[in-house]
Design a protein around this ligand. Structure first.
Ligand SMILES: *[C@@H]1O[C@H](CO)[C@@H](O)[C@H](O)[C@H]1NC(C)=O
Ligand SMILES: *[C@@H]1O[C@H](CO)[C@@H](O)[C@H](O)[C@H]1NC(C)=O
Ligand SMILES: *[C@@H]1O[C@H](CO)[C@@H](O)[C@H](O)[C@H]1NC(C)=O
Ligand SMILES: *[C@@H]1O[C@H](CO)[C@@H](O)[C@H](O)[C@H]1NC(C)=O
Length: 642
């Protein structure tokens, strides 16, 4: 049976090893309750179940209410120390600073090595080039710099600028006359938080740049990817091809239909910039990009500065604050292509300062305001649509456990700043946009608006609507739009009337709803039971019930519908009730807030894992699962030995 000399035992051993390898890999993927299609059906069912809610009235929450203001304080300014960087890059040139040369004995020699991308997680250095005055960026936007001065002292750092790349100019067809798009965002800033913590920037945006702030911008899911994926692609993660890292045969996110691809084919030069590479929106839970997604892509920079950070102060790289590096890189990008025929599309998103603190971002109010002033005064906004935004409000801080904090999480800052050229050329569209500022809108609509913005310019007409849920803001948004129309699940909808229940402790419904939440969590972590402990109820903090408005049952019938909403009209019979519970669990002291559907035809309480928010930090509790299955982070309490 086997060739001579090959022992049967060895062959079996080899097969066993291979089988174990595949088995381990398979288990490693984690178990999913249902596939994407089943999950989408559940979501659509749950959306349909509250279509009888009537028009959305966005709650008007004061930004300075006392229960929020008691958490607001000033933080220490960022101080990067007194050791000045020796080299400064100004757009495409990295120049050894004259002042430093004079100080260091009249002579500095530096070695420059281009930093070249090697996938999303590694890079390599190019050949070393020596210079005593400057270096031109050509192959990469980022360069490793090592310098030695006449007096024997040394300095090293990472240069960043916008390379002079003839390939980019050649590759892009001339698209003269199109307007630039610049999207700049901070993680976790609600509209109210922006007003509280960045008052000067807010004032400058709204009073000097005439920003149009969307007061009814509501999130559609939990966390950054669930905000940025709809904004950048028009879809939810579930609707797109599998791209989760831990899945066996998942795709790189290159397969996503990113909006910048459409702009790029119209001739735009593109940029995508995001700090915090370890928790990157598309590379932490998801598999990241195989090809460079955009012409300029800052991720590599943040990987490359790791070696500079240990000798830099907090929030700094060398003598520069990290947020300033992103401001400057974005500015340089606009300046670099300002007088070329190529329009630009940039998306810059900064997380470090605002993700883990509701107060820290306040220290850069002046820097942000100055950056906006500089963009304006150097005429870089003259032909640019700027979108200043955030993904959601704060999700974890103390404020999140107030009622206002809960609403603020769902209402991020989102604003459009149109250039005068747009306002005059597309006068009617601009007026309509302004009439939508109080209405309910979502990241799906923002995406549709970006598509329409391009379409209007290329073809001088509106883009045809594809999904009932996604409306261009250059068209009228119905005043009576509901969260269900906008594809916002009850859990995330900021304009539903929940009535709190007073008998939280004794009510049988609440007991069953609470058990359904715990069961859902424990099932989700079940395959990791050895390391993630089973959670039990410590306390029900609060509970509420959605009050259906029966008079509005049939009000949906005149809406323009497609696949998603087509059977809404048919399904107006009330067969569900919606509850919300807020619980604390043992042993983790985790605070969860969940929306629970009571299906009274079948007499069951149903919870989707995506309907459970954790409103305090998991921090170290989830250490054992962080890398292996980041989706379990908010639910896993690692047992002592892991
Ligand atoms: C950067 O370069 C531009 C053009 O080369 C020049 O006008 C500008 O003054 C420079 N800025 C700094 C800070 O060196
Ligand atoms: C951008 O271009 C405009 C028009 O050509 C010019 O006036 C302005 O100075 C340029 N801005 C920068 C920063 O180069
Ligand atoms: C840019 O717009 C301002 C008004 O906002 C105008 O004064 C200025 O002349 C414009 N500059 C260019 C280069 O078009
Ligand atoms: C709960 O109690 C409050 C005040 O005690 C009352 O206003 C409210 O109507 C009660 N809610 C229900 C559902 O009974």
């Amino acid at each position: 049976m086997f060739p001579k000399g090959v022992k049967r035992r060895n062959v079996i051993l080899v097969f066993a090893i291979i089988a174990v390898y595949f088995l381990v890999n398979f288990i490693h993927q984690g178990r999913d309750v249902g596939d994407s299609k089943e999950k989408i059906i559940l979501i659509e069912e749950s959306i349909r179940s509250f279509t009888n809610q009537g028009r959305c009235k966005i709650p008007n929450i004061p930004y300075d209410s006392p229960d929020m203001m008691k958490f607001i304080k000033d933080e220490e300014p960022i101080n990067c120390g007194n050791d000045e960087d020796w080299v400064h890059c100004n757009v495409s040139f990295c120049i050894i600073k004259k002042r430093i040369v004079d100080k260091k004995g009249g002579f500095i020699s530096c070695e420059f090595q281009d930093i070249m991308r090697n996938g999303d997680n590694s890079f390599q250095y190019g050949n070393a080039v020596r210079s005593t005055n400057k270096y031109m960026l050509q192959n990469s936007d980022f360069v490793r710099i090592k310098c030695k001065a006449a007096d024997g002292s040394k300095w090293s750092g990472t240069g960043i600028g916008i390379r002079k790349d003839v390939e980019i100019i050649k590759r892009h067809k001339v698209a003269d006359g199109l307007m630039n798009v610049l999207i700049f965002g901070f993680d976790s800033i609600s509209r109210n938080s922006f007003i509280r913590k960045l008052p000067k920037a807010y004032h400058y945006l709204t009073n000097e740049l005439n920003a149009d702030v969307l007061k009814g911008f509501n999130i559609v899911g939990d966390g950054t990817p669930q905000a940025l994926i709809p904004l950048l692609t028009g879809y939810t993660e579930l609707e797109l091809p599998e791209a989760r890292k831990r899945k066996f045969s998942s795709n790189y996110v290159d397969v996503y239909p990113f909006i910048w691809k459409k702009y790029q084919s119209a001739g735009y030069v593109t940029a995508f910039n995001e700090d915090q590479p370890k928790i990157g929106t598309f590379s932490y839970r998801l598999k990241g990009f195989n090809q460079t997604p955009t012409d300029h892509y800052q991720r590599l920079y943040y990987l490359a500065i790791e070696s500079d950070l240990y000798k830099s102060k907090k929030y700094c790289v060398g003598s520069r604050p990290k947020h300033q590096v992103m401001f400057d890189y974005t500015y340089d990008f606009l300046q670099r292509y300002n007088n070329t025929k190529n329009p630009t599309f940039a998306f810059s998103f900064h997380a470090e300062l605002s993700h883990d603190s509701i107060n820290l971002v306040g220290v850069i109010d002046d820097d942000l305001t100055n950056w906006l002033k500089k963009l304006h005064s150097s005429f870089l906004l003259n032909n640019t649509l700027m979108i200043f935004m955030s993904d959601h409000g704060n999700r974890f801080m103390e404020t999140r456990n107030t009622l206002h904090g809960k609403l603020e999480e769902r209402l991020p800052f989102f604003s459009f700043i149109f250039p005068e050229t747009f306002k005059s050329k597309y006068y009617a569209q601009y007026k309509i946009f302004q009439s939508n500022l109080q209405n309910l809108v979502t990241p799906f609509d923002a995406h549709e608006t970006l598509e329409d913005f391009l379409h209007l310019q290329l073809y001088n007409r509106h883009k045809a609507q594809e999904h009932a849920r996604a409306l261009s803001l250059f068209k009228k948004i119905p005043k009576d739009r509901t969260c269900a129309d906008a594809y916002i699940e009850a859990h995330w909808c900021s304009c539903l009337s929940w009535s709190s229940l007073n008998d939280t402790k004794s009510s049988e419904e609440i007991l069953r709803a609470t058990n359904a939440v715990l069961d859902t969590i424990n099932k989700f972590t079940q395959d990791y039971r050895k390391i993630c402990m089973k959670l039990t109820l410590k306390e029900v903090v609060w509970s509420a019930k959605l009050i259906p408005q029966k008079s509005l049952l049939n009000f949906k019938s005149n809406l323009d519908t497609d696949g998603f909403l087509a059977d809404l009209t048919a399904n107006t019979k009330v067969t569900n009730e919606m509850y919300q519970v807020k619980i604390i669990t043992n042993p983790s002291e985790a605070i969860y807030e969940s929306t629970v559907l009571y299906d009274f035809t079948n007499n069951v309480f149903r919870v989707k894992i995506s309907d459970i928010s954790r409103t305090n930090k998991y921090g170290d509790q989830a250490r054992c699962i962080m890398d292996e299955n980041p989706e379990l982070r908010k639910f896993c309490y690692c047992s002592e030995n892991y």
